[in-house]
Design a protein around this ligand. Structure first.
Ligand code: NDP
Length: 448
């Protein structure tokens, strides 16, 4: 939808011109600027101070060559990125994504969203994101290690426990974090909490592995509770079968829901008896195989090629946990037609703007990624806190903090939506609540 405010419309045009051929970044900026229309009407000083103009431009973009040698002795070259988007309220914080689709526009969209998400957690973390077009799939452990070491050799010059603290994302899990932390420590000769998602034996936090999926379910439960509903007894469709999806399945099941689908980039599984998570963990986490293997262990379940089919399955609640723009208008219509009454985003920007419009018009409760999946980064910030104190909290302590943070995020986003006359619109509420703290801090700094 075109922006009504002439300043914001002009700014959007400048963003598109300055960042050509980056549609995901344009999409992310447009959504935030749309939410800010009533904010700049009430507080025109955000325009006069140039805060929004500065906010859409990353503080720094680092782009580098990542050469490494494969198992056949052949030199391979990938491209690495770190976008240090905004440090108004704390060190840059955000994951690293290793996936062949990665280019500057993807990292910019993710880094931009991270600013508001991190602010929403209430913790002192700025926004950043990074990654590479390297594909860990099908690579040996030794190849992944050599790649990670080469990647960190350059990245280590730009990050630090008080500057920029990366974490995992698509294609970056415990194995990759271990190789990168080892290389950082070796290069810098210092043992600091420069990465989060670390192993428990070397400074990791309990619950970090589970945090994105668990946090998503805690948020969903808050959203449902406010509407007099609950996860208990609900049928849930989940996409993806990585970190976010697996632990969303675990927590949704613990809270009494029945999860009936999971997927990967090839296809999806449907198990009407409820997904058996032990099988999924064995296939995905131990064997690193495809989700289609699931039906070998559960012949009653079905596997279908094509990942978007997952949204044609009848469900009460949908939790997209794979990747950006995985739910388009047609998928959103299929969900609504099948009676789905709540959607909460585990992945970043998984719903297209057209899909969100379908959900909102259909009265579907909608939890946007910035709010719903903030549990991952919030627990990363708790890992940073424990590293600074050289102390470890128990699983129960971290889990309780995560639960409270997700409840606060829901409350703040819904109150902000209400304050600006858009009650129930958590997209606007999350954007506005996240924006206010960052914008006020930037105003205090002046033009920097
Ligand atoms: P993983 O690498 O662990 O898993 C990614 C999953 O998504 C895999 O099942 C993968 O399938 C699938 N997938 C990836 N790309 C595509 C695609 N183009 N089409 C269809 N399926 C795809 O990553 P995470 O679980 O960590 O990340 C999933 C989402 O959650 C991302 O959007 C990420 O940004 C978001 N997120 C993650 C956080 C975290 O803490 N890990 C925190 C906040 C958000 P395949 O194996 O076939 O590629």
């Amino acid at each position: 939808m075109a922006l009504k405010n002439s300043y914001l419309a002009g700014l959007m045009e400048r963003v598109e011109k300055r960042n050509p051929a980056e549609p995901e970044f344009h999409q992310a900026v447009h959504e935030v600027l749309e939410s800010l229309e009533p904010v700049v009407e009430k507080y025109p000083e955000f325009i006069d101070s140039g805060v929004i103009e500065m906010l859409v431009e990353p503080e720094r973009i680092i782009k580098f060559r990542v050469p490494w040698v494969d198992d056949n002795g052949k030199v391979q070259v990938n491209r690495g990125f770190r976008v240090q988007f905004n440090s108004a309220i704390g060190p840059y914080k955000g994951g690293l994504r290793f996936h062949p689709s990665v280019y500057e526009g993807i990292i910019k969209f993710l880094g931009f969203e991270q600013i508001f998400k991190n602010s929403l957690t209430g913790l002192p973390i700025g926004g950043g994101k990074g990654g590479s077009d390297f594909d860990p799939k099908g690579k040996s452990d030794a190849e992944v290690m050599r790649f990670c070491q080469s990647f960190m050799t350059e990245l280590s010059k730009h990050i630090g426990a008080n500057t920029d603290v990366p974490a995992g994302d698509i294609g970056v899990g415990a194995r990759e974090i271990g190789y990168m932390f080892g290389q950082y420590k070796r290069l810098r000769n210092e043992y600091t909490g420069v990465l989060t998602g670390k192993g428990l034996t070397y400074g990791g936090s309990l619950v970090r592995t589970e945090a994105t999926g668990y946090g998503l379910c805690y948020f969903t439960d808050e959203m449902l509770k406010a509407a007099g509903k609950s996860l208990k007894g609900a049928t849930v469709a989940i996409s993806g079968s990585g970190n976010a999806a697996i632990f969303a399945t675990e927590k949704a099941t613990q809270l009494g829901a029945k999860v009936v689908t999971l997927s990967d980039s090839n296809g999806y599984i449907y198990d009407e008896n409820g997904i058996d998570l032990d099988t999924v963990k064995k296939i995905k986490l131990e064997e690193r195989k495809r989700i289609s293997e699931y039906v070998k262990y559960h012949p009653n379940a079905v596997y279908q090629d094509g990942c978007s089919g997952v949204w044609t399955v009848k469900c009460d609640i949908a939790l997209p946990c794979a990747t950006q723009n995985e739910i388009n208008e047609a998928s959103a219509k299929a969900l609504v037609a099948n009676g789905c009454y709540a959607v909460a985003e585990g992945a970043n920007m998984p719903s297209t703007p057209e899909a969100i419009a379908v959900f909102q018009a259909g009265g579907v409760l909608f939890g946007p990624a910035k709010a719903a999946n903030a549990g991952g980064v919030a627990t990363s910030a708790l890992e940073m806190r424990q590293n600074s104190m050289r102390y470890s909290w128990t699983f129960e302590e971290v889990d309780a903090k995560l639960k409270q943070i997700m409840a606060d995020i829901y409350k703040n986003a819904s109150e902000a939506a209400k304050e600006f006359g858009m009650e129930g619109n958590l997209v606007a509420g999350a954007n506005i609540a996240g924006f206010m703290k960052v914008a006020r801090s930037m105003q205090a700094y002046g033009v920097v």
